[in-house]
Every structure is written in C-alpha cells, then in structure tokens.
Design a binder for this molecule. Sequence first.
Ligand code: IMP
Ligand code: MG
Length: 201
Amino acid sequence: MVEKSNQKNINSSEILGRILFPDEEIQRKVKELGNKIALDYKDKELLIVCILRGAVMFLTDLIRHIDLPLSIDFMSISSYGFNIPDSGLVKITKDLDENIEGRHVLIVEDIIDTGLTLSYLIRNLKAREPESIEICTLIDRAVRRIADLKIKYCAFNIEEKYVVGYGLDYKQKYRNLKSIYELKADTIKKDIESLKSSLNK
Ligand code: IMP
Ligand code: MG
C-alpha cells in the first residue's frame, strides 16, 4: 500500500522508502494495546518505564488509552557501540527516579531487535525487586533476536527492514513523522561504504 504523507517538508524522498504503517493504523493498534493493558493491570499499581528517546511518542499515545491511575518514569541507555556490535554492552545514561520495589513495571520500548539492550535492562531492574516486570514494544523484529525475551505486548512485527518515524530515528532525525517508514536500502549501503572507507584511513 502506497500512502501519501502530509509531512512533505520532512519526507525526504532520497532517504525514506514506503510507508510500512500509516498513522491511522498506528493509532488503532495503540488504542487496542492501551485498552488491553488497562484490563490486565486493573487494581494493580502500574509503573510505566519509557525507554528514551525512541519510545516517547508511543508512550504518550499509549497512556491516553490506559484508564488507570498509573505512574510513568524514564530511562535512557546507550550502547557501547559501533566497535562491538550486538555485544549487548549498555550503559545507563539516565536512571529511574522512582523506586520500583514491589511495583508492577511495564517497560515501553520502540523496537526490539537483537534484544540485547532490553535483556541487560531487565536483569538490572529485576535486581531492584519489582512485583512484576513486562515488556510492551511498538515493533518486534524477531528475525535478529539473540537474547531470549518474553514480549507481552507488541503492536507490529517486521522483518529485516530498518524503519523510522513515530519516534524511531535515523541519525537522530525523522522521529516526528506520524507514520512509520522503511529506510531506502541505498541509504544503508552508502552508510556502510562510508564507514568502511573511514576505517581504512
Ligand atoms: P537491540 O534490541 O538491543 O538490538 O536494540 C534495539 C535498539 O536499537 C532500539 O531500542 C532502537 O533504539 C535501535 N534500533 C534497532 N532497529 C532500529 C530501526 O529499525 N530503526 C530505528 N532504531 C532501531
Ligand atoms: Mg531504543
């Protein structure tokens, strides 16, 4: 399905491919998830932990559909990176302000790829003795999974494609697109080539 975007100034045709999940479909799914979460956590003290920065849009839409007296908190993690891809070595750059002991924690994430970031995070949070801890992700890319994770709530599944929009970035841009787009294969190829040539210098 080829969708037209009304965000013409951001929608750079050299970088962005087709729309995978249009705005309206995202809103429908998010509402469905929110209603389900509200039922599951009825009468429980729910603390939603949003992983910065990619999950922010998803969080703000999602919690509007969870009709419960919940709390939110934020956490930021950065991977040690490029030199050790998929190593799962992550650093907490902003920790929670809330104490999670004895509380029902729901982690809200943008996309789960290898799962290494989240499995590290869950180990870290479990040590703080929450009553329960579950995952809600906007996108699951299970084909690249390395770490075994139990995902309780998921809006969309994708295959290999790199995606941007609705919070997800490419080089810190495109987070403010309302729909989710796939990145053009060319863009990634060019990146890999420029990385290779900088390594050979
Ligand atoms: P992993 O599950 O530890 O491999 O890493 C997942 C993280 O990588 C996500 O939280 C995103 O920040 C980032 N990421 C992975 N795939 C994509 C994508 O297709 N678009 C944007 N960010 C991505
Ligand atoms: Mg992320």
